[in-house]
Design a protein around this ligand. Sequence first.
Ligand code: PLP
Length: 382
Amino acid sequence: MNNKIWLSSPHMGGTEEKYVKEAFDTNWVAPLGPNVDGFEKDLESFLGNDVHVAALSSGTAALHLALIILGVKASDEVICQSMTFSASANPIAYQGATPVFVDSEERTWNMSPEYLEAAIQDRIRKGKKPKAIIVVHLYGMPAEMDTIMEVADKYEIPVVEDAAEALGSSYKGRPLGTFGAMSILSFNGNKIITTSGGGALVSPNEEWIKKARFLATQARDNAPHYQHSHIGYNYRMSNICAGIGRGQMEVLQERVQQRRNNFESYKAVFGANEAISFHEEVSADFYSNRWLSTVLVNEDSGISREDIRLALEKQNIESRPLWKPMHLQPVFEDAPFYGDGASERLFKDGLCLPSGSNLLQTEIERVIKIINTCFSNVSQTT
Ligand SMILES: *Cc1c(COP(=O)(O)O)cnc(C)c1O
């Protein structure tokens, strides 16, 4: 059997161990310390635009704190992009609030600004103005941020950017994660850079970031004993994990380039295949980190995305359907949804191809060969 090819696996740069060793040598083996401070500063200078950053235990924790700080409570409604990973929507439920799902547009695969406005108007008509809007940059592709911010500003609803997949991407030259009132990042093992597990909350509002650090460390009031006036959480990033993050920040730009090269390799071969279309940067305003290279497979060709996924799996290669929209998930079946099914069509035809920054050219060639075989087999039988 050939070596396993993963969808997206961790890729160390080399200096991570130096920072982790420093943590051991100085006994900063705790959810605070110089690596946590250093990693936050690295992220702040990478993102620019005067943002502040709190390093946390996961992207999900970051989103939970964002909603708490924005005052989301039980019986509130929060708008969320339907096509995404469940972690974008779960924190709404943690707060006892109701998610209101909005469809994607085919252009960017991200939140449709038209359905966003339709949803806001209808929820207001029904008696409740949504408390926040969670917009996601799927697979690293920027959402239509100008139009989305325009709609959000018009109704004065704060935007939370879920940039878990989009560190290193930009829209009109400005890094994703700097548009929202708050934004979240993830450093899970399969993301563009990793701390083994971790996340961050980003905001231009320094008070909010201070509050996030306070809530993330059990909300201890300033007193010699343990005194609490708020419900707290154990959501801070460990100094060991942050050491990995500091090393990873040194290679982030390189990782973006490597993942963009993967996409170009796939496109150079399949660009001419009429059954396959790509998740395109629709204008020069959009710059994707290409976290995952994704394609749509038109099954009228005789080959479906599932045929390709199974053929790859047989050869020990991991690929994956696109995110199944949240409005189709059993756990959210009662939640309101606004859209025309664009996300359902994307889910039906979409496939994420192996996309790690550590993929060898020979491994990409293996993937390409198997996909080409799927198509040549079908053309021989018809
Ligand atoms: C990975 C991911 C998250 C969650 O991040 P964790 O660090 O795994 O909690 C949230 N949203 C999206 C879109 C993601 O891909």
